[in-house]
Design a protein around this ligand. Structure first.
Ligand SMILES: [Fe+2]
Length: 154
């Protein structure tokens, strides 16, 4: 691969890492929304599980942002940018039943897994194997989360 082509691939990779960081930040807020607004049967376990998920996500988004810095670029760091570049949409702040909350979270974790796979693919193409490692770690974790969310709704 030509040097210039590799540089282009790295630019595309960083852009997608920032899009991923945007989704992680929107998801961090959205999980709080669900944590606060969830109602109904299973409230106690869903309320606690959602707190566990957003607490974990704050570590992940920090890892992704600092990886962007490590490879010489700037992570998005404003809500304005996150809302502009995220594909995960917010929901209104209103009561939501436990089953529905788990369904919403499931759909969003599917987006996170797919996007982490795309970042991982781009990282491999850019020969940035450490970023690929980070994505593999996140993919495995979010896949496990998805299994649990889906088991709850089954
Ligand atoms: Fe809380």
């Amino acid at each position: 691969m030509e040097v210039r082509q590799l540089e282009n691939t790295k630019q595309v990779l960083v852009a997608e890492m920032n899009n991923f960081l945007s989704n992680l930040n929107v998801m961090y807020v959205k999980l709080h929304n669900l944590h606060w607004n969830v109602t109904g049967a299973g409230f106690f376990e869903v309320h606690v599980k959602l707190e566990e998920l957003y607490t974990d996500l704050t570590l992940d988004l920090d890892e992704v942002a600092e990886r962007i810095l490590t490879i010489g670029h700037k992570p998005y760091a404003t809500m304005k940018d996150y809302l502009q570049f995220a594909s995960i949409l917010e929901i209104t702040s209103s009561d939501i039943k436990t089953q529905e909350a788990m369904k919403v979270a499931t759909e969003d974790y599917i987006v996170l897994v797919r996007q982490a796979q795309e970042v991982g693919r781009l990282a491999e193409e850019a020969k940035d194997f450490r970023t690929q490692d980070l994505m593999n770690t996140l993919i495995a974790k979010y896949e496990k989360t998805l299994w649990m969310l889906q088991a709850y709704s089954a």
